[in-house]
Structure formats: structure tokens, C-alpha cells
Design a protein around this ligand. Structure first.
Ligand code: ACO
Length: 379
């Protein structure tokens, strides 16, 4: 290999082969295991999609029943996780809580160091199953409420809302969150998935890979944006303020949250599906504000960043949908992680299945030939 110059941000670099999912950025398409996202959204449940990502095919009804049983059997958090959760401050950020408590799941026998076939898949199931329990227990505790035991008869999204609220959610809310989980479950070689694969490539356990991925997802350039979209909409307050507010932000060099993407140079299909979903939910005022802000944002970005092809990304309407199902905004990114764990773990399984240590080179830009100065001679 003769390449000597680093590609900033690895932009355009093909860093791995994968059959799990792909983003066709120019066309604005997302494919999971051969299925266009439009084939799955609103038709397949999160459990079916998790099965698809992990196994390569959609499940039969018997396979789906079996997976649902395994997921619901693993919803409980182990004693180490519970005591660490109890020790954390109520003021902690849910993403920090998640990163910390998922780490304890890696200590459990059902997850630790299982890297072969069915055993590794079991770790994927445990991690995916337990994350909503961690988030709901933390959220209830900071509200001064007792945790609600997971139910085995509810689907994944439905059970998450049930544990948060302490009562069964409406079918509409369950369906909306389930659809959100389907849309966010995987997304090609994004920063957090790449992180998970790098960790897995060292033959580390799956919990370590998921903990690393949670850290990578946290930042606003990746999964940290949806609550910032709502903060932006709060600041804009009413549709007629969108233009002056957004012009002001752009003139200060700020980024408009929920717009732009490294790979999509056309509209993100998930944004289109979530826009439609958000328009059907019971929050007309917020949707009208979001819609006006979106139109203004797109117009101003085209005017001020011509040729950059900046479109609405998944986070923009995720924020409206998650708000509509009653999630507090600081749970948005952690809820994204709850969905993406299916994708991260699918990539880890793929990496384990055909592993080669991921260890790239760097371009050295530091000095050469320096001589050691003893401490007493260094000013
Ligand atoms: N607002 C204003 N300008 C933007 C935005 C935005 N949201 N996004 C990109 N630009 C501008 C950049 O300033 C840059 O302008 P320049 O050429 O004059 O310097 C140009 O568009 C290209 O931007 P890059 O920084 O090269 O784009 P990159 O691929 O690195 O970033 C990213 C993609 C991080 C998503 C970016 O668009 C962004 O910061 N968006 C806002 C935050 C956001 O919505 N994050 C969620 C992403 S979705 C996800 O990860 C799940």
C-alpha cells in the first residue's frame, strides 16, 4: 500500500465490507440486507428487523416467536447493573448512565466473552433486550418513582413505553416508536458502527463494542442532535421567527441541527418517513413549527451553502416523533442507542465471523530528530 496522505475524516474511504446495510447517498436510499427501508417501515416490527440484521433473512412466524421469547427473557437487569444504577446521580445524562450500566452487562456470564455463533448472537439479544430496562429504570428513579418490571407479553417498543410510564401505551404510540426503532436500527458504516467494529476486530467482547459505540453516538455530529433540534424549535418559538433565527445562527457560523449528512446528497429516506409519521401524531402546533423551520432551513442552506446539497436528516423529525410519544428530550439519543444496538451487534457478529484486526496507518506530521534534554536543563 503506497498511500501516504490521510483522508480527513475518512471521507469516502471504504473501511469494511458488509452485507448488513448500506446507504446509497446519491440516491437517498437505505437498504437492510437487500430490503429498501420503504419495504420495511410500517410493515416489519423491530423484532423482525433485528432478526433480519442478525441472521440475514426475515424470520418465519416460529422464528419470530422464538426471538421474542428470548428478548423478553433477557429484559431484566443483573444485580451488578442494578447496584451501579442505584449509585449514579439523578442528574447524570442518560447516555452516560447507559454507557456505564451497559458496561456491567459485560460482566454477566450471559454476555462475557462469547464470540462464537449462537453464543455471540445471545449477547446481541441480551444487550438489545436490556437497554430499554436500564433507561426506563433510570428515568423513573430520577422522577422519584419505583422501577416497573418489564413485561414478557409486550413487544420491544411497547414494553419500553410501558416501563417508562407504568401503564400500557396506546397502540398509536407503540406503533410510532416501533417504526422509529425500525428506521434507526442500522445505517451502514456510520461513526458508532465503525467504532463497534474496530473494538470487535481486536476480539474484544460484544459489550465492550457496544459501550464504545454508545460513546461514539453521543456527540452532536452523530446521535446527539435530536434534542438540540427541539431546543432550536423552542428558541424559534413560532413559524414567522424561523427566518431571522436561522439567519442569525448561520451568520454566527452555527450549524442548523437536523440538516446535512456526510453520505446523503439527497433526502434521507428516514426523514421522509418520519415527517409523514410526525404529521399523523397528535401535536399539530409542534409539527407546524417544525415544518416551517424545515422549509426555511433548507432554503437558507441552499442560499448560504450553495452546492453542498444539505437536506433534512433523520434527527429532525425523530425529535418530533419522540416528543409525541412522551419521551423527555434527554432520552432521545439513548433511545436511538436502544434501536441501534441491533445494528451494532449485527456488525459485531459479522466482524467476528470473518475477522481481521482493523489497524490503519497514520500520516505523521510531527517533528523528527529531537534530542533528550535532562529535566533540570529544561527551562
Ligand atoms: N448547518 C449549517 N451548515 C452546515 C450544516 C448544517 N447543519 N451541515 C453542513 N454544513 C455546511 C458546513 O459548514 C460546510 O460548509 P463549508 O463548505 O462552507 O465549510 C458544508 O456544509 C459541508 O459540511 P461538512 O462539515 O463537510 O459535512 P460533514 O459531512 O462533515 O458533516 C454533519 C455532516 C456532521 C451531519 C453536518 O451536516 C452537521 O453538523 N449537521 C448538524 C448536526 C446534525 O444534524 N447531526 C445529526 C447527523 S445524523 C446522524 O448522525 C444520525
Amino acid at each position: 500500500m503506497t498511500q501516504t496522505a490521510a483522508v480527513r475524516g475518512l471521507e469516502g474511504v471504504i473501511a469494511a465490507s458488509t452485507a448488513v446495510s448500506h446507504v446509497y447517498g446519491e440516491e437517498g436510499r437505505l437498504v437492510y440486507r437487500g430490503y429498501d427501508i420503504y419495504e420495511l417501515a410500517g410493515k416489519a416490527s423491530f423484532e423482525e428487523v433485528a432478526y433480519l440484521l442478525w441472521n440475514g433473512e426475515l424470520p418465519t412466524s416460529q422464528q419470530l416467536r422464538h426471538l421474542k421469547e428470548r428478548l423478553s427473557a433477557h429484559r431484566g437487569l443483573g444485580s451488578e447493573g442494578l447496584s451501579v444504577l442505584q449509585a449514579l446521580s439523578n442528574d447524570a445524562l442518560p447516555m452516560d448512565v447507559l454507557r456505564t450500566v451497559v458496561s456491567t452487562v459485560g460482566l454477566e456470564e450471559r454476555v462475557a466473552d462469547r464470540q462464537k455463533g449462537e453464543e455471540a448472537l445471545e449477547s446481541a439479544i441480551v444487550l438489545t433486550a436490556v437497554i430499554p430496562t436500564i433507561l426506563a429504570a433510570f428515568d423513573r428513579r430520577r422522577r422519584g418513582l419505583e422501577p416497573v418490571e418489564p413485561r414478557t407479553d409486550l413487544d420491544h417498543a411497547q414494553n419500553y413505553l410501558y416501563m417508562l410510564r407504568g401503564s400500557e401505551p396506546s397502540p398509536a404510540d407503540s406503533r410510532a416508536l416501533d417504526m422509529y426503532f425500525v428506521l434507526l436500527a442500522d445505517h451502514g458504516m456510520n461513526a458508532s458502527t465503525f467504532t463497534a467494529r474496530v473494538i470487535a476486530s481486536t476480539e474484544a467482547d460484544m459489550a465492550s463494542a457496544v459501550v464504545g459505540a454508545i460513546g461514539a453516538l453521543k456527540g452532536p455530529l452523530h446521535g446527539g442532535a435530536p434534542s438540540l433540534v427541539l431546543d432550536m424549535l423552542d428558541a424559534i418559538e413560532k413559524p414567522e421567527n424561523a427566518e431571522p433565527w436561522m439567519r442569525g445562527a448561520l451568520s454566527r457560523g452555527d450549524r442548523l441541527m437536523g440538516f446535512g449528512h456526510r453520505v446523503y446528497k439527497a433526502e434521507d429516506p428516514r426523514a421522509e418517513i418520519l415527517r409523514r409519521l410526525a404529521s399523523e401524531m397528535d401535536q399539530t402546533e409542534l409539527f407546524s413549527l417544525a415544518s416551517a423551520a424545515e422549509k426555511t432551513g433548507l432554503r437558507l442552506l441552499e442560499e448560504q451553502k450553495p452546492g453542498r446539497r444539505l437536506y433534512t436528516n433523520v434527527e429532525f423529525y425523530s425529535s418530533v416523533v419522540l416528543n409525541a410519544v412522551g419521551l423527555p428530550r434527554d432520552l432521545f439519543t439513548a433511545t436511538f442507542a436502544a434501536s441501534r444496538t441491533a445494528g451494532w451487534s449485527a456488525h459485531v457478529l459479522e466482524q467476528y465471523g470473518d475477522n481481521r484486526l482493523i489497524r490503519p496507518q497514520s500520516q505523521y506530521t510531527g517533528p523528527q530528530g529531537k534530542r533528550f534534554e535532562p529535566l533540570e536543563r529544561r527551562g
